[in-house]
Design a protein around this ligand. Structure first.
Ligand code: MG
Length: 290
């Protein structure tokens, strides 16, 4: 099942995307719940409740504006740094210059503020050169938590996943490195394009899928989640150590090799660039930078 949040005739709705991805059937949710996107559905599923009933006929996808499936996450988005082997190698001389290429014992975990989430085709706002001249893309598979929990064991972790979506972990590299902690350089307004929908975990094996990214049509990233240094169960176990995870929490699992900073010479994004990210079994997001 693919769950989309969208605007149709001026109203925010949540619905189920058809298997041919040509239409979406809205669900019967009051406006204050639809405003939360997929979150009320995730809450209901965590409590063992059924989906809301359909509300009206299917609408052609071309007639709606898709927005992020979770337009405003409950709290910060969990993110993982340096989590693909090849990506760790490409950043040895920059972000990770104090480390060797050997993966550490524990993953790097940081967060992005919820307010930076935008939709799958929204414009990403460059902050201006006075703030940052090193804006970069990061194509990532994001896990959406279904049933919450604390101290979730690796062996149980996959049962806590509601589904998957795509995020672009847009990053201001100079700001990321300036402050030691990464949250500022990762959290500029509009710096988390998300979508195009959530694919539920029964329909996608997030541990075996392909993550690709293009800039202006030029291939930049092409990785598979089998190459994760810390796999999805390990990430859920790690993030839930002593911290309760809630239904709807989002964990971005890290980016494959091929970010702009890793190129020689580095190539950062500029106004007019279009970044397209595709993950097999989910779909694609495409965002213009301005
Ligand atoms: Mg990232």
């Amino acid at each position: 099942m693919r769950i989309a949040t969208f605007v149709h005739q001026g109203q925010r709705r949540v619905g189920i995307v058809s298997s041919d991805a040509r239409s979406v059937t809205p669900l019967d949710l009051p406006a204050d719940q639809a405003a939360r996107g997929a979150l009320p559905l995730i809450d209901a599923a965590a409590q063992g409740q059924a989906l809301p009933a359909p509300a009206g006929a299917a609408i052609a996808l071309g007639d709606v504006q898709l927005i992020a499936p979770i337009p405003r996450p409950l709290r910060n988005i969990w993110c993982v740094g340096r989590n693909y082997h090849e990506h760790a190698k490409e950043l040895q001389g920059s972000v990770f210059k104090n480390n060797n290429a050997n993966p550490a014992q524990w993953p790097i975990v940081f967060t992005k503020v919820p307010e930076c989430v935008v939709g799958p085709s929204d414009t990403v706002q460059l902050p201006g050169e006075a703030v940052s001249a090193q804006i970069d893309y990061e194509a990532e598979l994001a896990v959406v938590i279904g049933t919450g929990g604390k101290n979730i064991a690796k062996a149980d972790a996959m049962r806590h996943i509601y589904g998957y979506t795509i995020v672009n972990d847009v990053t201001a590299r100079d700001v990321q490195m300036r402050h030691q902690q990464w949250d500022m350089g990762k959290s500029f307004d509009t710096f988390c394009p998300m979508g195009p929908w959530i694919v539920t975990a029964d329909e996608l094996d997030g541990q075996h899928t392909r993550v690709r990214c293009w800039v202006n049509g030029e291939p930049r990233q092409d990785g598979r989640t089998e190459d994760l240094i810390f796999d999805i169960p390990t990430l859920i176990e790690t993030v839930s150590r002593g911290i309760t995870l809630y239904p709807g929490d989002v964990i971005a699992t890290g980016t494959p090799a091929g970010v702009g900073m890793g190129l020689s010479p580095p190539q950062f994004l500029k106004a007019g660039d279009v970044v397209r990210i595709e993950i097999d079994g989910i779909g694609l997001i495409e965002n213009r930078f301005a």
